[in-house]
Design a protein around this ligand. Structure first.
Ligand code: C5P
Length: 350
């Protein structure tokens, strides 16, 4: 099966014979291979016990079905190297249900990604921006999980900077001091753990006081500049879902899909309240709403990278939606289409 995919890179036609047994494996592998190779632009002739493959004259982007067959996922992944066969521009490849490799090689894709180097500009990015407690973090994390992509919680980066500054007794008014803290941030994300200088600070980062300090820290241009490269470094294979305030406007302005998530301040205060109560932290809804509105005002009015929707973003007001429903809407790209609005109406129908 690997040879069948390598045939895409040959200069002539490749014929594999004596492979009748392929038809009675996890799936009918001759039929499956023929269907998927054709999607990429290859010419394929199949018979009871053979397959003949002529490489694509013009490579096409494709979404590959894997038929719950680990070998289909692993073999077809090699078609992602199409630029080596002259495809210009590189044609993106999407492997559906990549986790089917679990049968024999659970971390196949991680191992593959460790071996390859991709042109960072080719890696897809989805940005999800919005105000505090709009649900963007939950949405972004869920999308990243479903896609198997990297995840950047940029709010946590600002929160960690605020926490590190507090520990180093750097004042929230000391811009150069804060920028130095940001530039030397020893921060690692490891599943649900967030390690600052090796210590898990995930719980501390979620405190309201840390969020409020982060909002002040993030107003300094030198801090934003110092954190820029760190945020860009999250763009790794196979792609990135990034959430924050300026992901679509400043950090990843060329991202092909940008979402701006909003909800009323009243709804966001309710959600934050529920979240805190579930963690045993007491809070008043009125105070939370005042805090959220103050944070919104500060984020929207700052000079550097103010909170606003990118012009090419899709806006979703999820006040009347649960977070799970929002995730489903992004995932299927639909739900009630009327809930999605373009920030700037397209000039011509796309
Ligand atoms: O999203 P979260 O509430 O964790 O963010 C904490 C603070 O960090 C925000 O209030 C905002 O001021 C700041 N922030 C930012 N730019 C980002 C992400 C967060 O200014 N991309």
């Amino acid at each position: 099966m690997t040879l069948a995919v390598m045939a895409l890179y040959a200069t002539g036609t490749t014929r594999l014979t004596g492979i009748a047994s392929w038809r009675v494996k996890e799936t009918d592998r001759i039929a499956a291979m023929a269907a998927e190779l054709r999607k990429l632009g290859a010419g394929v002739v199949e018979g009871d016990d053979f397959i003949e493959i002529s490489p694509p004259r013009v490579w096409r982007a494709a979404t590959i079905e894997t038929y719950d067959d680990h070998r289909m996922a692993m073999c077809l992944s090699l078609a992602a190297f199409n630029p080596l066969a002259g495809a210009r521009p590189a044609q993106p490849l999407r492997i559906l249900d990549p986790r089917c490799v679990a049968k024999t090689f659970p971390d196949y894709f991680e191992a593959l990604f460790d071996l390859v180097r991709a042109d960072v500009d080719d890696l897809p990015v989805i940005t999800i921006d919005g105000p505090s407690a709009s649900g963007k973090g939950t949405l972004a994390a869920a999308l990243a999980r479903r896609l198997g992509w990297q995840f950047l919680d940029s709010g946590a980066v600002y929160r960690a900077t605020a926490l590190a500054a507090h520990r180093a007794r750097v004042s929230l008014d000391d811009e150069p001091g804060l920028a130095a803290v940001a530039a030397n941030l020893d921060l690692h994300f490891d599943g649900t753990r967030i390690l600052l200088n090796g210590e898990d600070v995930a719980t501390e980062l979620r405190q309201e006081s840390t969020g409020a300090a982060a909002s002040r820290v993030s107003g300094w241009p030198a801090v934003r500049g110092a954190l820029h490269a760190l945020q860009l470094s999250f763009r790794r294979v196979p792609g990135l879902v990034a959430d924050g305030r300026d992901m679509g406007t400043v950090v990843f302005p060329l991202a092909p899909l940008k979402v701006f998530l909003t909800a009323s301040a009243a709804e966001r205060a309710q959600r934050r309240h529920k979240q805190l109560i579930s963690k045993g932290i007491q809070a008043s809804i009125a105070d939370l709403r005042t805090d959220i509105e103050a944070r919104d005002a500060r984020d929207q009015s700052r000079v550097t990278a103010p909170l606003k929707a990118a012009e090419d973003a899709l806006r979703l007001d999820n006040s009347a939606l649960g977070i799970d429903e929002s995730v489903d809407m992004c995932w299927v790209g639909g739900g009630s289409a009327t809930r999605w609005t373009r920030v700037r109406p397209a000039e011509a129908p796309a």
